[in-house]
Design a protein. Structure first.
Lengths: 345, 338
């Protein structure tokens, strides 16, 4: 996570036109499908081997659903998921087993994601048991090794989750994700439930593991500063679609999509008085994903919206003056600078 | 002349099955009308407990409150419930973090806004309803005449937070306590709500206490800052001074832990080692000493045995000399923050 140049790694986990619509049922007396929550609507993204890929967006934008689709915890409505070039979209449980050991997940809530009746040893060795893996030193030896890797005392093997603090529990979750030596870890808001001082400990741990073990991370979070800190490449989601994707420097230094500009300018910054920034104030709320706006989904809150934005959904393409691999979905991209547009209030 | 709100040597203790929790220990601060005080701290630092005490919202059967809380000359600690009832929602009001649990799902938003108004002013149902519509308009809810009859679940998160602000402001309180008012919200909505609080303060001249864990939120919104750790105030002062040249090692730790948009990404975060102490048995001396890197510099056993005092006005509760606090920040901490 030190350099921002696109990693040369092979594409590991790829989503193609990935879509998830949750049916909304209603009606009387016979319930039938009356609509769909378009949680994820035709997104393309690629996580390369060894890189850290950040996915940011506000609540309800579909970032967590994307994580669950990629790990096959949810069935996609349409589109494809490729792991190392192999289509796993419709793979059966059996076919998935070897892939599952290579794609692991870290969850947000360190209280809900650990079984309170199981010891730490049982929790962390769970994945090995399920996959019938016995490492050379035995499962217990491996668990002790993992506890040490994530900065916990190996002697705590027989303790229960309630004996640990929130930050320590999250470390247990990380150790469990590492048990099968995965190639990709999908981390869904792994630090947002933690206090700032503890959050930094876990962020540093994840960065160290990524560097030392060469694991690819899909880092899903709403906190723009945390994502910037840990990611090589970043995608910004809004209402089920990716509106911009690029390297960290592209997204944070030369963003093109108005929504990215607005998001960045809304982050409260220490020392604001020193260099008062022109803030973009978005009005209103995110529209309902049951009936998203036509064309560009951001147009109802965008200060640049024109007729074309309602008629035509902007494709995710390379805007003029953007670097290669820096794509944005806007008919009227912003100039590549972080200074807020003067047109905005 | 006395301050509008003056808290002196406040201590709050809860008796639990495991023993006595010292949630707040020897806290003092003052607040004037029209000013905003930010209280920053992590979970369990006592920031919410303090403010519940200001409003007399603790259960007297399990809570022991000592010290003095003077709100416009009225002593709040130990005041009878009848006195508190007249003040709460009228002179002092609170905005809670989670609008979904703070609003009742059974009553319309309008009714919940109107209720404290009717109770405190004796207004009729009709007048109170008009007042609720007006309040919803003031906090920026579109079509307030229609939305007044909606139930909370029909509002989005940002709108519910606005409705809660309307409810808190309906009787024109002189003191508004906002407990993590934007923590549950997205950044774009958070910015809207913080702006709204600032605008309303301009209009009404109320004093505001903003409780948060996010130093970024206080930076642009408050006048004075109080940093709390393990139930005690460890640093205070005008917000610019505290953030520009913090003096307490805990405040340094907080700043070093925060990833920031302007910081270099090559610089790793510098977390505070360890975890906050249990308030059942807080460490003797300075509560931060088990996690502090400057204990040896102070020398002897001072940090472990002697509790550092917090100088009034601007200062930190730390045994390092003021000069040393400045030089450590300038030489060791500041360069790392990028």
């Amino acid at each position: 996570m030190d350099d921002t140049s696109p990693r040369g790694g092979e594409p590991l986990l790829v989503a193609e036109k990935l879509t998830k619509h949750f049916p909304v049922r209603g009606g009387f007396p016979i319930k039938r499908t009356v609509g769909a929550v378009q949680a994820v609507d035709g997104i393309d993204l690629t996580v390369r081997a060894g890189e850290s890929f950040g996915l940011v967006g506000e609540s309800g934008c579909g970032k967590s659903t994307t994580g669950r689709l990629l790990t096959r915890l949810l069935e996609p409505s349409a589109g494809r998921i490729l792991y190392r070039g192999e289509d796993i979209t419709r793979a059966s449980r059996k076919e998935l087993a070897p892939v599952r050991s290579e794609i692991q997940m870290i969850f947000q809530d360190p209280y809900a994601s650990l079984n309170p009746r199981h010891t730490v040893g049982k929790i962390i060795s769970g994945p090995m048991e399920i996959h019938g893996v016995t490492p050379p030193g035995g499962r217990e030896g491996r668990v002790r090794e993992l506890l040490e890797t994530v900065g916990l005392n190996p002697e705590h093997y027989n303790r229960f989750p309630h004996e640990f603090s929130g930050g320590q529990r999250q470390r247990i979750g990380v150790a469990r994700a590492l048990a099968l030596e995965p190639k990709v870890v999908v981390a869904d808001e792994p630090v947002s439930a933690l206090d700032v001082s503890i959050q930094a400990q876990v962020v540093n741990l994840l960065q160290r593991l990524q560097r030392e073990l060469g694991i690819a991370f899909l880092f899903i979070a709403h906190d723009l500063a945390v994502v910037r800190h840990v990611s090589h490449r970043v995608a910004v989601m809004y209402l089920g679609r990716i509106v911009e994707v690029g390297t960290r420097d592209d997204i944070y230094g030369r963003p093109r999509h108005p929504y990215t500009h607005a998001l960045l300018s809304a982050v409260p910054v220490l020392g604001d008085w020193a260099s008062p920034r022109e803030r973009i104030r978005l009005t209103g709320d995110v529209p309902s994903p049951i009936a998203p706006p036509s064309g560009c989904r951001f147009r109802t809150r965008c200060w640049k919206a024109r007729d074309r934005c309602a008629a035509e959904a902007p494709p995710l393409v390379r805007a003029p003056d953007s670097a290669e691999g820096h794509l944005s979905a806007c008919h009227f991209p912003e100039p590549p600078t972080t200074a807020a547009a003067p047109a905005a209030r | 002349m006395n301050a509008f709100l003056s808290v002196r040597d406040l201590s709050v203790r809860f008796s639990t099955e495991d023993g006595t929790v010292r949630a707040v220990d020897g806290l003092s601060f003052t607040l004037e009308r029209g000013r905003t005080l930010g209280i920053v701290g992590e979970s369990g630092s006592g920031k919410s407990v303090t403010n519940l005490a200001v409003l007399g919202l603790h259960d007297p059967r399990t809570t022991e409150i000592r010290g003095e809380i003077l709100l416009d000359g009225q002593e709040m600690t130990g005041a009878p419930e009848s006195v508190l009832e007249k003040l709460r929602g009228n002179k002092a009001a609170m905005i809670f973090q989670d609008s979904l649990t703070a609003l009742s799902p059974y009553y319309t938003v309008g009714r919940q806004i109107a209720e404290p108004y009717r109770k405190h002013t004796g207004a009729s149902r009709r007048e109170a309803r008009l007042r609720a519509v007006e309040m919803l308009r003031r906090v920026g809810i579109p079509q307030p005449e229609l939305r007044v009859d909606d139930y909370p679940h029909q509002f989005s998160g940002g709108m519910r937070q606005r409705a809660m602000i309307a409810m808190a402001l309906v009787c024109d309180p002189e003191l508004l306590i906002a407990d993590e008012p934007t923590t549950a919200l997205d950044v774009t909505v958070q910015a809207q709500i913080l702006d709204l609080l600032g605008e309303l303060q301009q209009e009404t001249g109320a004093a505001i206490i903003l409780i948060t864990h996010d130093l970024g939120v206080v930076a642009g919104t408050v006048d004075d800052l109080l940093v709390m750790y393990a139930g005690r105030a460890v640093e205070q002062g005008p917000v610019r001074e505290v953030l520009r040249a913090p003096r307490h090692p805990y405040t340094w730790g907080l700043l070093g832990s925060m990833p920031r948009l302007a910081a270099s990404v090559d610089e790793p975060l510098t977390p505070i080692p360890g975890t906050p102490p249990s308030l059942l048995a807080p460490p003797p001396g300075c509560p931060f000493h088990p996690r502090c890197g400057y204990v040896s510099e102070v020398g002897g056993d001072r940090c472990r045995t002697e509790r550092p005092g917090l100088p009034p006005g601007r200062g930190a509760a730390c045994h390092l000399s003021e000069e040393r606090q400045r030089s450590v920040f300038a030489e060791q901490i500041r360069p790392r923050l990028g």
